[in-house]
Design a protein around this ligand. Structure first.
Ligand code: SF4
Length: 135
């Protein structure tokens, strides 16, 4: 299974279990920092997130909530269905950033030092011959 297939499969699995009750949104400490989320019904924001996991367009409020996620994990503890809501948010974040090949729907931060960091780490673990071939 490829990573894209895994993201799709996990998205569909969790979305099918989610009732879009909104408890995760209500518990989230980041809603004051996500445009329009506090004014929207929590269930509607959750439904927008679930819609995104099912290849839908989501809603502006759901996208704002997804973009504001800081991985606190408070949402998972609040879920009455005992779903890993934080993982659902991670999946939604990847998808909203275009992980499946679509145009990004939320801002994507570029790490200009990503490649140098990978090379620095690789130098710690690769032989000199491997470094000569791959770096
Ligand atoms: S609390 Fe759980 S069931 Fe309710 S909307 Fe969030 S993830 Fe879905």
């Amino acid at each position: 299974m490829t990573l894209v297939e895994h993201i799709r499969a996990e998205s569909a699995r969790l979305a099918a279990l989610c009732t879009a009750c909104g408890a995760c949104v209500t518990a989230c400490p980041m809603t004051p920092y996500a445009a329009g989320v506090e004014a929207a019904p929590p269930a509607a924001v959750a439904a927008g997130m679930r819609d995104l996991l099912l290849d839908g367009p989501a809603t502006p409020e759901a996208l704002a909530w997804i973009a504001a996620c800081t991985r606190s994990g408070v949402c998972s503890a609040a879920c009455p269905e005992q779903l890993d809501a934080a993982f659902m948010l991670r999946l939604a974040t990847w998808r909203a950033k275009g992980a499946l090949g679509e145009a990004p729907r939320i801002p994507v931060k570029e790490d200009t030092q990503y490649s140098p960091k990978v090379k620095a780490f690789a130098r710690l673990t690769l032989t000199e011959e491997e470094q000569a071939r791959w770096l």
